[in-house]
Design a protein around this ligand. Structure first.
Ligand code: FES
Length: 125
């Protein structure tokens, strides 16, 4: 079971720079690149650096502490995919960013859905 939770307005995000949001004790880094929003744990899998203070380029977030590169969709560290950040499914509806916050430790990937795609997903169950 999971819940779609509104976390920020799309206008709160700047291109390629992060924003940290806190939901139920989880710290999550949001990034926007063009029409796509990414959401991943704010703690770097290396030494818990603040991912939201990193930079996003071409879907890769660079940690501000030691410059590890993390794939913003899969959460995998680029040079060592066994190390991974948790990522969260996102949707944008009427300019509001929603994240799907799972109960427990379910795996999630970031799939950005625009309003019409989300409506179709809701209608199909
Ligand atoms: S804490 Fe992120 S690269 Fe070291």
């Amino acid at each position: 079971m999971s819940i779609w939770t509104p976390v920020a307005m799309l206008t709160d995000l700047s291109e390629s720079t992060g924003k940290m949001v806190e939901i139920d004790g989880l710290e999550i880094a949001l990034f926007k690149e063009g029409e796509t929003v990414y959401a991943l744990d704010n703690e770097c899998p290396h030494r818990q650096g603040p991912i939201s203070e990193g930079e996003l380029n071409d879907g890769i977030v660079t940690c501000p502490w030691h410059a590890w590169d993390i794939n913003a969709v899969t959460g995998e560290v680029v040079y060592n995919p066994r190390l991974k950040s948790k990522t969260y499914p996102c949707k944008i509806m009427d300019g509001v960013i929603f994240l799907e916050i799972p109960d427990g430790d379910q795996e999630a990937t970031c799939v950005v859905k625009k309003d019409d795609e989300f409506d179709a997903a809701i209608q199909s169950g």
